[in-house]
Design a protein around this ligand. Structure first.
Ligand SMILES: Nc1ncnc2c1ncn2[C@@H]1O[C@H](COP(=O)(O)OP(=O)(O)OC[C@H]2O[C@@H]([n+]3cccc(C(=O)O)c3)[C@H](O)[C@@H]2O)[C@@H](O)[C@H]1O
Ligand SMILES: Nc1ncnc2c1ncn2[C@@H]1O[C@H](COP(=O)(O)OP(=O)(O)OP(=O)(O)O)[C@@H](O)[C@H]1O
Ligand SMILES: [Mg+2]
Length: 251
């Protein structure tokens, strides 16, 4: 039984973050701050680990203006240095180009293009954060929690493209507990988890199950059969996201 208090677990995580930077001979840590709970917690943690050498990057990409308000509340709340880089125009230009060229070659398929568009947003954010990280010699810090890792609910090489994942072993409900303990703003704690990749998107609507169910299943508890089937399907389908790319056997 793990009887450590939240405070002790946070201290251990902060210590681990410092170790990661030391081992990698880098200088600090950077995270994308969305206005959601996962990046809020990570921003608070990296600011604790590196009060001077931590950075939050706010990256609106056709986003709801409320996201930015909450992202700013997070940055102000923990006092992390932050910058904002607007990606909407870049996304529009790149997407138009891709669509036009695919159409010219008769390769464009409207089905499911919403997901391609959405994943491009996550990958533009990843590229932008790496550009900042390279120039500062910082590590890119991921925000995926245990439920997202298990279900593969992230964009491969998008928000999944990171150097270290300090909350990857935390259940979603623990993310809330830690965030509340650290004093994250109420509006951030209250907003439904969303990738914000299209209007009205919420994680639970898209996954077809709840974080409570995913947390319970990952913890080995019993959950309704219907939810179990959905989650196991997501888990199996996303196996490739948790591994290095396949390569042929040596011959
Ligand atoms: N078996 C296999 N072996 C190796 N690679 C395989 C593969 N099957 C697909 N692939 C590759 O993977 C790609 C599909 O994966 P991917 O591109 O990730 O796309 P996909 O998993 O289809 O979509 C990403 C999901 O994550 C959600 N998301 C994204 C970003 C943030 C958040 C959030 O919570 O904030 C959530 C998003 O809403 C969506 O449901 C395929 O296009 C293909 O290239
Ligand atoms: N507008 C944004 N600006 C900066 N980073 C972003 C933005 N949108 C998404 N991200 C990055 O992508 C990550 C994945 O998003 P995700 O929605 O899973 O987490 P969250 O928004 O922090 O929390 P929640 O799951 O509660 O919405 C974010 O934690 C953040 O690091
Ligand atoms: Mg979000």
């Amino acid at each position: 039984m793990n009887k450590r208090s939240i405070e002790e677990k946070i201290d251990l995580t902060v210590h681990w973050l410092r170790e990661m930077v030391e081992q990698s001979k880098t200088k600090g840590l950077v995270v994308g701050i969305s206005g959601g709970i996962d990046s809020a917690l990570v921003a608070y943690l990296i600011k604790k680990a590196f009060p001077e050498n931590s950075l939050g990057v706010i990256l609106p990409c056709k986003s709801n203006p409320e996201d930015k308000e909450d992202a700013l509340k997070v940055a102000k709340g923990c006092g992390i240095k932050h910058i904002e880089i607007e990606l909407s125009d870049v996304h529009n230009a790149l997407l138009d180009n891709i669509v036009n060229i695919m159409k010219t070659e008769d390769l464009f398929n409207d089905n499911n293009f919403r997901l391609s568009d959405a994943n491009l947003r996550a990958r533009l954010r990843m590229s932008t954060i790496y550009c900042v990280a390279n120039s500062l010699n910082y590590l890119v810090v991921g925000t995926d929690n245990a439920a997202e890792v298990y279900t593969g609910y992230f964009t491969k090489y998008g928000d999944g493209g990171v150097d270290i994942m300090p909350i990857a072993n935390l259940q979603k409900r623990e993310v809330y507990e830690w965030a509340r303990y650290l004093g994250v703003a109420e509006s951030v704690l209250k907003r439904p988890p969303s990738a914000g990749l299209w209007e009205g998107q919420t994680d639970e609507k898209e996954m077809g199950t709840t974080y409570d169910c995913v947390d319970d299943l990952v913890a080995g508890k019993d959950i309704p059969q219907r939810d179990k089937e959905i989650i196991e399907k997501l888990h199996i389908r996303s196996e490739h996201k948790r591994k290095m790319p396949e390569k042929p056997l040596v011959f």
